[in-house]
Design a protein around this ligand. Structure first.
Ligand code: CTP
Length: 482
């Protein structure tokens, strides 16, 4: 019955190539008389009808020997990479699909380390040590029951009920490997599942154990949460279980509402999550999603209550931009062009909104075009996502004003071509004309020319820029050199 059940599933969800690969592995294992099973993510994803890029095989015996036997069935023989200490081996097919082989094991963990003491075990031992019931299902690749589903913890039931729970006592599973707390929240977010009550309570109880996990691994899971369809689900769970506090305290500071003289401000944590979901709905760009997470990050340190005005967060855009580098460093996110992009959007996130409130001048438009450059569309997406008021009329008014700003930006850009614009006179030319070494004066003159064009004081043309430059330099006592 089980055999039939799973074979039916496999026919539905495995590609022909995957099916052939599994049969090839089964034949190689039979050749060396070694029982082996598909396990973990591949089984889960196939039952869910999702695609897989890799498969894990657990065998009762030496995983490296099985990997070699499978690799030898390919012409030419595939390369096997292996980690002798862990008894694991990996092959990569020509189409990029990866298969990992590991001997079945029984593990026990020590308190201060993720490194387990490993003993050889049975398939059941191996399933017991897995993180969640939905990841502990195995499919036999043995000759006599090929295709049978071995599901001791009713993972299929949990897949159907959309539940994440540990196979054994959750405190043991999480304490053994605290990264699993992040994984539970990641799977709940990715798959739109619910974390079972006892499992969730255990995360809150064991949250401190996250300290023994490297930041790189935590951030890897965090990015998978952020890349999900509705990332707020994961952040809400991270916050409520107390995990977020351990690795991203700046974000938890956004939570809460303070009330003075009957005036409260919005809860900036939940506002940020709403903006993040709004951005996620519009774009898959991970870094635009990071900009959403960080756009208001400096609200707590800039928060003031001003008599007669209420709550203000003056300068949270500029301070937020500055906070991006230490936060990226703390979270071990890349300190490269992605950081620059996120910091730029955080720094500019109020600009389009303020334009939509004011009388719009062409020079303000030009400045925004120049400052945002090629990231203007992303900035506009972030700003639209930032409108989370519950007042429908207010939202509509904002969005209408926004449309006007967008139209005007388009017109100004068509006229002036400011976005990838370089001023007609650069620093090298200033140095040559006045025979100056690199210096503050050169920077001052160059910037004055650029600003004059952006402000519309002079046209965007070489001759006008040249005359303006001569005049500015003269005011500083600098004259052209022959
Ligand atoms: N596993 C575990 N504890 C961990 C990591 C992994 O028990 N901390 C087990 C689970 O059975 C998991 C399998 O190892 O299904 C493979 O892990 P991995 O490849 O990291 O994750 P997948 O479950 O395959 O999911 P994804 O590919 O989405 O990360």
């Amino acid at each position: 019955m089980l055999l039939h059940y799973f074979c039916t599933q496999m026919d539905i969800t495995c590609t022909k190539e995957e099916r052939q690969l599994l049969e090839r592995i089964a034949a190689a294992a039979d050749g060396i008389n070694m029982p082996c099973y598909l396990i973990g993510g591949f089984v889960r994803d196939k039952l869910l009808g999702r695609n897989s890029k890799d498969a894990d095989i657990v065998c009762v015996g030496d995983g490296i020997a099985l990997a070699n036997a499978v690799a030898a069935t390919f012409e030419p023989k595939l390369q096997v990479s292996f980690f002798k200490n862990f008894g694991t081996a990996q092959i990569k097919l020509n189409n990029g699909f990866e298969v990992e082989f590991v001997g079945a094991r029984k593990e026990s963990y020590q308190e201060h380390s993720r490194k387990p003491l490993v003993e050889i075990g049975t398939l059941v031992d191996d399933q017991n040590r897995r993180d969640f019931t939905i990841n502990a299902m195995a499919i036999s690749l043995c000759k006599d029951d090929f295709g049978a589903l071995i599901d001791p913890f009713n993972g299929v039931g949990d897949l159907e009920a959309k539940i994440i729970q540990t196979p054994l006592d959750a405190d043991i599973t999480f304490s053994d490997d605290p990264l699993r707390m992040m994984r539970a929240i990641r799977f709940a977010t990715q798959l739109n599942f619910v974390i079972e009550e006892k499992t969730l309570a255990s995360i809150a109880r064991n949250k401190e154990r996250i300290k023994i996990i490297s930041q790189e691994r935590i951030t890897d899971e965090l990015n998978k949460i952020i890349a999900s369809k509705v990332p707020s689900v994961g952040f809400d769970l991270l916050y409520r279980t107390g995990l977020l506090e351990y690795f991203f305290p700046q974000m938890t500071l956004l939570a809460g509402v303070e009330i003075i003289e009957g005036k409260g401000h919005k809860d900036n944590f939940y506002h940020t999550l709403q903006v993040l979901d709004n951005v996620a709905y519009r774009s898959n760009n991970l870094w635009l999603r990071w900009a959403a997470i960080l756009h208001d990050i400096a609200k707590p340190p800039t928060k003031r209550f001003e008599m007669g005005h209420g709550w203000t967060f003056h300068g949270h855009d500029a301070l937020g931009k500055k906070m991006c580098t230490p936060i990226f460093r703390q979270l071990k996110l890349p300190l490269n062009e992605h950081l620059k992009y996120v910091a730029k959007l955080v720094g500019l996130h109020l600009r389009p909104i303020s334009l939509s409130k004011e009388e719009i001048t062409d020079s303000a438009m030009r400045r925004l075009l120049f400052d945002a450059g090629e990231d203007l569309e992303d900035l506009m997406m972030l700003c639209e996502s930032d409108i989370t008021s519950k007042n429908k009329q207010k939202v509509r008014r904002f969005l209408e004003n926004f449309e006007i700003v967008k139209q005007r930006l388009k017109i100004v850009e068509e006229q002036d071509k400011i976005r990838n614009w370089q001023p007609p006179i650069d620093g090298a030319e200033v140095m040559r004309i006045f025979n100056l070494p690199p210096s503050r004066e050169v920077g001052f003159i160059k910037t004055a020319v650029r600003e004059a064009i952006l402000d519309g004081l002079i046209p965007n043309e070489y001759d006008a820029a040249y005359s303006f430059m001569i005049q500015k330099a003269a005011e500083m006592g600098i004259i052209p050199q022959p």
